[in-house]
Ligand binder design. Structure first.
Ligand SMILES: Cc1ncc(COP(=O)(O)O)c(C=O)c1O
Length: 387
């Protein structure tokens, strides 16, 4: 009998699964193309960098690197609880909120379960469901936004989990608060809702739902947020989930003991209190979004109405080819592909000079090279020095 191959020994659910492709790091692009001064607008990071308070906390914590982290994340949870008006037993910390998505899948999803997700949505939801042997029910977006009514209708007796990315990646669109309440009210009590709010700090207050209200009410829901985006700490990997205590208790059973390292915990706690960094990051994003939207419109290109720190752009031609051409000019953006987004790229809103460079490179690639009169007067340059 011939020995089985590694492929055969692996979980059958790995078949057909391709690894998640992250945005290329700047170093890698520069090394491969032999260029310098590349800019990255591919992973929705904060272009202003980390909060200065977080940087100071990091320096102070370095000398404790020989110790294991606080496995329970006591101080970070206390800080978050204060910040959010919750108690620590509503909180679970993760190595990025990506790990919390994984823990949710491992905790609750079993072969044969159905999972309802929007299409397109953050690709990780579908990958995790597939890995657990679940059937993924994809509900097309309506006007580029989650169609929560249709998602509620897609729920069957087999549905275990519904994912709502709010704002959604890759469109940047958000649902209206009343629509989310409508979904929550429509769902049976044994369907778990994952509300992924990785970008919620960018959303105008009147558009941000009271998702923590569902947590306080003890509904079967987890709200996920992260320090990777507006807080500028993507490289440290720290995210958090807010859920009713019985759900937190289950997640704690599958969480690795030291999943969030000491530096990440300290920096996150410091970043939480840096209101200046937060509002500066919001302002630079809003100015950048207005600038990019205007310039893209002048180029005849359309974007869904993003309330996040990135734009989905329909180039009306092969998105990957344009992304490759931009890459060769040192501008890293995200091609998307799939059935619906072949002609799109996703671009993170950068600093004013980065946005300007992107627009200039895009003009060149699209063969529309006249310089924009507006780009020299781009607002917001003064905000960078403070960041
Ligand atoms: C919608 C969404 N959820 C979750 C994540 C994961 O973030 P983290 O860095 O906290 O793992 C991302 C990252 O891009 C995202 O876009």
């Amino acid at each position: 009998m011939t020995a089985r191959s590694l492929e055969e020994l692996a979980s059958p659910y790995l078949q057909g699964l391709v690894p998640y492709i992250p945005g290329k790091p700047i170093d890698e692009v520069e090394r491969e193309l032999g260029i310098t001064r590349a800019i990255k607008l591919a992973s929705n990071e904060n272009p202003l960098g980390p909060s200065p308070l977080a940087l100071r906390a990091l320096r102070d914590a370095l000398s404790e690197s020989h110790r294991y982290p606080d496995g329970g994340g006591y101080y970070l949870k206390q800080g978050l609880a204060r910040h959010l008006g919750l108690t620590s037993d509503h909180l679970v910390l993760g190595n990025g909120c990506n790990e919390l998505l994984e823990l949710m899948a491992r905790c609750f999803l079993l072969p044969g379960d159905e999972v309802v997700i929007a299409d397109p949505a953050f690709v990780i939801y579908g990958m995790l469901a597939h890995l657990q042997g679940c059937t993924t029910v994809r509900v097309p977006l309506k006007a580029w936004t989650h169609d929560l009514e249709a998602m509620a209708k897609a729920v069957t007796s087999k549905t275990k989990m519904v994912f709502v990315g709010n704002p959604n990646n890759p469109t940047g669109t958000a649902v209206r608060p009343a629509e989310l309440t409508g979904l929550m009210d429509a769902l049976p009590d044994d369907v778990i809702v994952v509300i992924d709010e990785a970008y919620i700090e960018y959303v105008p207050p009147e558009m941000a739902p009271d998702s923590l209200g569902f947590v306080r009410q003890g509904r079967p829901v987890i709200v996920l947020r992260t320090f990777s985006k507006i807080y500028g700490l993507a490289g440290l990997r720290v995210g958090y989930g807010m859920a009713p205590p019985p759900m937190v208790e289950l997640l704690e059973r599958v969480r690795a003991p030291f999943n969030v390292n000491t530096l990440a915990q300290r920096a996150a706690l410091a970043a939480l209190d840096d209101d200046a960094h937060l509002s500066n990051s919001r302002s630079i994003n809003e100015l950048g979004r207005a600038y990019l939207s205007g310039e893209l419109q002048r180029l005849g290109l359309e974007c869904p109405p993003s309330v996040a720190n990135f734009l989905l752009i329909d180039l009306k031609q092969d998105g990957r080819a344009v992304a490759d051409a931009l890459l060769r000019m040192g501008v890293i953006v995200r091609p998307l592909g799939g059935a619906t987004l072949k002609t799109h790229i996703r671009v993170t809103i950068g600093t004013p000079p980065e946005n300007e460079r992107f627009i200039e490179a895009l003009r060149t690639v699209l063969g529309k090279e006249q310089r924009s009169a507006l780009s020299d007067q781009q607002p917001g340059k003064e905000l960078i020095a403070e960041g």
